[in-house]
Design a protein around this ligand. Structure first.
Ligand code: 5RP
Length: 225
């Protein structure tokens, strides 16, 4: 079974947790895309009534094209469950997100959700975070100085650029800096440090956030709580 098939598997498994009337946070990424497809199918086939709060314009557009009602976070009073992907999940259920440049909205939606579920293929499970570059969303104004500061801190920063050599822009019109760390031994300390840097809007460390992880294995989805 290839990686895409595992992503589809967990996307389909996740929507079994969705109940009529729920307000759902909808993450971003290739795995979530399968989940939104499966959710759209349930809405169409079963007449399921749900409201989605999207973590990116991409996800909002996909969901609306499938007949899923999307509301702004500020127009709902709670979110029952958010289903999102992840780039790495360690043995303690801590994660890195933001490979799709959406971690700012994803984190805002996550902290306003009663429950958070991550759906991943098994390649995302690691013993230590950091092999995947840690994304930072930064304000464009003064961002080269932020990059220099991070470099002096030995955090190995690099602006994320697109194929045309332009800065990757987030939905909030900010830039992304990726930190090539190799291994993060103390994620909470690093998170505190990054929270203190002016110009960094949000980092991709998602600590103590997730309640349930569904892992795509060749022999079926595994649910970790
Ligand atoms: C987007 C994210 C994604 O959830 C993460 O990058 C995983 O993506 P994919 O399912 O495509 O592997 O954090 O900002």
């Amino acid at each position: 079974m290839n990686q895409d098939a595992l992503k589809a598997l967990v996307g389909q498994a996740a929507v079994k947790y969705v109940e009529d009337g729920m307000i759902l946070g909808l993450g971003t990424g290739s795995t979530v895309k399968y989940m939104v497809d499966a959710l759209g199918k349930r809405v169409a086939d079963e007449g399921l009534h749900i409201i989605g709060v999207a973590t990116s314009d991409r996800t909002a557009n996909q969901a609306e094209s499938l007949g899923i009602t999307i509301k702004n976070l500020d127009d709902v009073d709670h979110i029952d469950l958010t289903i999102d992907g992840a780039d790495e999940i360690d043995d303690n259920f801590q994660g890195i997100k933001g490979g799709g440049a959406a971690h700012l909205w994803e984190k805002i939606v996550a902290i306003n959700s009663t429950k958070n579920m991550w759906i991943v293929d098994e390649s995302k499970l690691v013993h230590h975070l950091g092999q995947f570059p840690l994304p930072l969303e930064v304000i464009p104004f003064g961002s080269t100085h932020v990059l220099e500061k991070l470099d002096k801190m030995d955090l190995h920063p690099e602006f994320r650029m697109n194929a045309d050599g332009q800065h990757v822009m987030t939905d909030s019109k900010n830039y992304i800096i990726d930190l090539h760390l190799g291994r993060i031994d103390h994620p909470h300390e690093l998170a505190n440090t990054l929270n203190g840097i002016v110009g960094v809007v949000e980092h991709g460390l998602f600590l103590d956030t997730v309640n349930t992880v569904i892992v795509g294995r060749p022999d079926g989805p595994e649910v970790l709580n």
